[in-house]
Design a protein around this ligand. Structure first.
Ligand SMILES: [Zn+2]
Length: 81
């Protein structure tokens, strides 16, 4: 299994796919002030969410976990799961 760059958490859907939570660092507006930007993608149904720099880790984690708790998608045949 390869890892998506920036992966900080994974959640398992009801169908066995992973929801992968990642973090990137937004250099805007000040390159010296790197703000964490969270995003997640479901490897089953392929839904993605990208948050603004104002969303904290707990909110991103909770929505990723909530999606995993309701999504019944199985892993896509050609994706990392
Ligand atoms: Zn899903």
């Amino acid at each position: 299994m390869t890892s998506t760059p920036g992966t900080i958490a994974r959640f398992l859907t009801l169908g066995g796919a992973h929801v992968v939570l990642t973090v990137a660092y937004d250099p805007q507006p000040n390159p010296c002030d790197h703000t964490p930007v969270y995003a997640w993608q479901c490897a089953g149904c392929t839904i993605r969410r990208r948050y603004s720099s104002h969303t904290d880790y707990a909110d991103a984690r909770d929505t990723a976990n909530d999606h995993a708790g309701t999504c019944r998608s199985t892993p896509q045949p050609d994706t990392d799961h």
